[in-house]
Structures are given as C-alpha cells and as structure tokens.
Write a protein that binds this ligand. Sequence first.
Ligand code: DC
Length: 207
Amino acid sequence: MIIAIDGPAASGKGTLSRKLAEHFSLPHLDTGLTFRAVGHALLEAGQPLDDEEIAAAIARKVDLGALDRSVLSAHHIGEAASKVAVMPKVRQALLEAQRHFAAQPGGAILDGRDIGTVVCPDADIKLYVTASAEVRAQRRTDEMLAKGDKADYEQILKDVKLRDERDMNRAEAPLKPAENAHLLDTSKLDIEGAFQRAVSMVESVRT
Ligand code: DC
C-alpha cells in the first residue's frame, strides 16, 4: 500500500505521516527533508542557493538513510529548501530517490508537496492535509516557544504565506491537491482528531 500525503508548511502532515507509518507499520519518507538536505549542504559549503548545477550535483548524492530531522528542521534550512525546490534538475534527482523509496515491497508512506501529483500518481490513497495560514503560524509559534526559542507570530505568519506562495506558484510540481485526494482540514482538529480521520480515510480504501 502506498500512502501519499501532501500539504503546505506546518499543516500537521509530518506528525500525521509519522503516526500513520507507525499505525500501519510502513516505512516513511518525509520528502521535505530531502530538499532540506540539499539546502543544508549548500549553506554548509558556503555555496550560492541559486546555482542549479551545483544544487543538482548535491541532490544526486543525497543519502535517504542519513536525513537528520533534528538538524534539518531549522527554519533557515526550510527557506533554503524552498528555494532549491524550484529547480527542475534538483527535483529530478530527488524524484528518482523518492520513487525508489516508494517502490519497496509492502509499500510506503511519503509526505511532501507533490507526492500525489508527481512522485506517486498511482498511490493507493492520497491525503491533502491543510489548515488556515493563521492556525499554521500559531502552531509554529507555539512549537518554537515550547523549545525555548524566540518566536514572533506576525513574522512567522508572513513567512508561512511567503512559503505557500513559492510552493504553490512555481512552474515545476507546484503544491496542489491531486484530483483524487481526500481533503483533511486540521484547522479545528488536534493531532489525535486528525489522526483518527486519516486512519478512517486509509481504511476506506483498504477494505
Ligand atoms: O515540508 P518542508 O517544510 O520540510 O519542506 C521544505 C521545502 O521543500 C518546501 O518549502 C518545499 C520543498 N518541498 C517540495 O518542493 N516538494 C516536496 N515533495 C517536499 C518539499
């Protein structure tokens, strides 16, 4: 069974995907981390974020087994990821690795922006997880404050909107629900509520 999960930044799709992976005992790939790994490597090497050839060369070497969420989740790495994610050659290199992951026997869960539309168009089930920009910005703010970091809600809201704009309006694999995706709006749901709905959606295609 292949489960494809897409949605904008901070929609809750990451947490949801991890819980679903555990529940259905499926391997899980957060494809956002693959773009983040490219952004991170460029920043570490002091390379520009707008050179497609350099970025693509790094993307071809990304090791899916070495993606470290604790390092890659930093806000500035997400910004860098969103910039390299507009580059067709970077997407092509990562696409091959992502499809290889999806093809493993027994299936997999992948989450990102274009899983249902591009990476796994034949997935058994597609979920599009969303929430209002205000709710997503509030969640990010709360997460950062809980970690003891400084957080400015208004600035985070601006960043969330800017990221949406970049992810939804790029020419290559823009963020949008696949035609046959199940919509899951988590604006008024906590993670447990969202998880229960997602499980029912997956169960509906299993039987
Ligand atoms: O989900 P995230 O915040 O970790 O993603 C970081 C960036 O990577 C996001 O702004 C867009 C890009 N991305 C993408 O273009 N396609 C994906 N399948 C996953 C992420």
